[in-house]
Design a protein around this ligand. Structure first.
Ligand code: AGP
Length: 611
């Protein structure tokens, strides 16, 4: 995934572009570049490395004067991260410049066709094909040119484009990659995401697929592929700039971990409360009790941590509501040719709402007549807009690539759904519902207790920054917790880690256990304690160092563990919300000890908008 910005107005463009890119760096950060029209030509500066390199090269934009420009921060898909492959890209005579987020899937075929027409390429990117294709069709009308290019390219794109002989306008178009536009005090701005424009406006226009934008200093116009002008409504963004800043924390990830109690409270009780008169009310579902009772199956589809939340969702929904649930990785789901049952519903979980695999799974389910519920954090994102109904997780903007508060909010959304379905389908009575509601409301303060225990975790973590392999094991919901604990560690510390269903370890993986190998065992499900303890003994007898994360009072575990972290007692279905806190802190402090870039881990991006 990448980030694009564009600006036209009375102010110097370069500083605005650089500032916008800084707010989008979480989307990709292996190289960056800007192109600015100086009144006679389009000048460009781009460089491999973090945005600060570009800031230094351009003296914070001073070396690129002009009030019209585009910018880009890259997560490489085609062509390694280097100066040449960085965006923007020119056409042959530097009269057109383009930035792109997405993937042009038929770029090789187009590249061959353009080469046959005499075009030469200097980069390995798919985006340079767009620059030359724009040139190929350009006869002086940018909108007409863009439409012709749209008919030829396949794949996903959010494009920012400037034409030298249209120095009073910047153009944009999107298909499957996010794009927004907004007014600044003296012009207009386009970007991949809200943080880049929030400094100027909280009224943003979400661009829909195959809509084209023409921005001038004083005007913004929208067109469809028939060149018809469109009317669009602005969406008001509720969260404020500080919400997207570090707020004194060393890293966004640490700040967002500490925002988890608030994210949980806000997801339980958003502006439209979800617990009313001690009953669960999820108005966004748009489902009658009859419809809820008629559900025969649920398909939960997501990627990464959202998938891990979905695995927990399966246990909780099946346990409480007794509805069969299938959970799939979105990148696998539509390729297994799923057998969609009648009276079923798909639940797509996504923090960003832009993950290409999850969006594609949503479309596949809808194409088969399956009602889709989105559990999404970014308001107005593609998945939120294309789902039949959306249940927002009110975690606020999440900047760190490694998700924490959005994940915790996803769990809450799934608990609420399970409770709603269980009570409506009379699988639980009112007493049981009230007990669940009481336990749910206690989670934020219990999370705060665990977060305040960070020094103990940091001390323990420092012993493992040199680890080569770390294993996480658990059964049932504890396996789901292990999946997320393992991902948190590996994605920000680069230490190899795997999660295993505890009972599966002896079917092969246990051969990897050596003297001192760290095995983190999660034991929150009382009915499974003994089983997991026996797995702990198995690995311990082969030299492992065993960390246990378990419920207060389960002292039995101490005979099999070398180090124990106790979490407060809660309902067994909600245990993930508490057990994940020490595991998040563990991953964070190992990464900190290793000196890794915690908020922007290598090779990653906050939302993967390419397949
Ligand atoms: C989680 O820490 C990772 N950043 C990643 O696995 C993420 O959960 C996944 O890419 C899904 O993103 P989404 O929730 O925005 O769809």
């Amino acid at each position: 995934m990448c980030g694009i910005v564009g600006y036209i107005g009375e102010s110097q463009a370069a500083p605005i572009l650089l500032e916008g890119l800084a707010k989008l760096e979480y989307r990709g950060y292996d190289s960056a570049g800007i192109a600015v029209y100086d009144g006679s030509q389009i000048n460009m500066m781009k460089s491999v490395g973090r945005l600060k390199v570009l800031n230094e090269l351009t003296h914070d934009g001073e070396t690129l004067p002009g009030t019209l420009g585009i910018g880009h921060t890259r997560w490489a898909t085609h062509g390694s991260p280097n100066d040449v492959n960085a965006h923007p890209h020119y056409n042959s005579d530097n009269t057109i410049a383009v930035v792109h987020n997405g993937i042009i899937e038929n770029y090789m075929k187009l590249r061959k066709r353009l080469t046959a027409h005499g075009y030469t390429f200097i980069s390995e990117t798919d985006t340079e094909v767009v620059a030359h294709l724009l040139d190929y069709y350009y006869k002086g009308n940018p909108i007409e040119t863009i439409i012709k290019v749209m008919h030829r390219v396949e794949g996903s794109y959010a494009l920012g484009i400037i034409f030298k002989d249209h120095p009073d306008e910047v153009y944009a178009v999107r298909k499957d990659s996010p794009l927004i536009v907004g007014h600044t005090k003296d012009g207009n701005i386009l970007a991949s995401d809200v943080p880049a424009v929030l400094k100027y406006t909280r009224n943003v226009y979400f661009i829909e697929n195959e809509e084209i934008v023409r921005l001038s200093k004083t005007d913004m116009k929208f067109y469809n592929v028939d060149e018809e002008e469109l009317e669009k409504e602005a969406t008001t963004i509720e969260w404020d700039v500080s919400a997207a800043e570090k707020g004194g924390y060393e890293h966004y990830m640490l700040k967002e971990m500490y925002e988890q109690p608030k994210a949980v409270r806000d997801t339980i009780s958003p502006a439209d409360p979800r617990i009313v008169n001690n009953k669960i009310e999820i108005s966004e579902l748009n489902m009658t009790d009859e419809e809820i009772c008629s559900i025969h199956k649920l398909y939960i589809v997501a990627c990464g941590s959202a998938y891990h939340a979905g695995v927990t969702g399966k246990y909780v929904i099946e346990g409480l509501a007794r509805i069969p649930v299938e959970v799939d990785l979105a990148s696998e789901f539509r390729y297994r040719d799923p057998i969609y049952e009648k009276n079923s519903m798909a639940i797509i979980i996504s923090q960003s709402g832009e993950t290409a695999d999850s969006l594609a799974a949503l479309r596949d389910a809808k194409a088969h007549g399956i009602k889709v519920l989105g559990i999404v954090n970014v308001v107005g994102s593609s998945i939120a807009r294309e789902a039949d109904s959306v249940m927002y997780t009110w975690a606020g903007p999440e900047i760190a690539v490694a998700t924490t508060k959005a994940y915790s909010a996803q769990l809450i959304a799934l608990y609420l759904l399970a409770m709603k379905f269980a009570y409506t389908r009379q699988q639980i009575d009112d007493n049981e519902l009230q007990t669940l509601i009481k336990d749910l409301r206690k989670l934020p303060e219990q999370m705060e207790l665990l977060l305040n225990n960070k020094e103990k975790i940091q001390h323990f973590a420092n012993r493992y920054i040199a680890s080569r392999d770390v294993f996480f094991i658990g059964r049932g919901i504890d396996y789901a917790i292990s999946l997320e604990g393992s991902l948190k560690l590996k994605e920000i510390s680069y230490i190899h880690s795997e999660a295993y269903a505890a009972g599966e370890l002896k079917h092969g993986t246990i051969s990897l256990i050596e003297e001192g190998t760290l095995v983190a065992a999660v034991l929150t499900q009382e009915q499974l304690y003994k089983k997991t303890i026996s797995n702990m003994v198995e690995v311990k007898s082969r030299g492992a160092f065993v960390l246990a994360v378990t419920n207060t009072g389960n002292t039995e575990v101490e005979k099999a563990a070398d180090y124990v972290i106790y979490i407060p007692q809660t309902n067994k279905y909600f245990a993930n919300s508490l057990a994940i806190i020490p595991l998040q802190l563990f991953g964070y402090y190992v990464s900190l000890g290793k000196g890794c870039d915690i908020d922007k881990p290598r090779n990653l991006a906050k939302s993967v908008t390419v397949e």
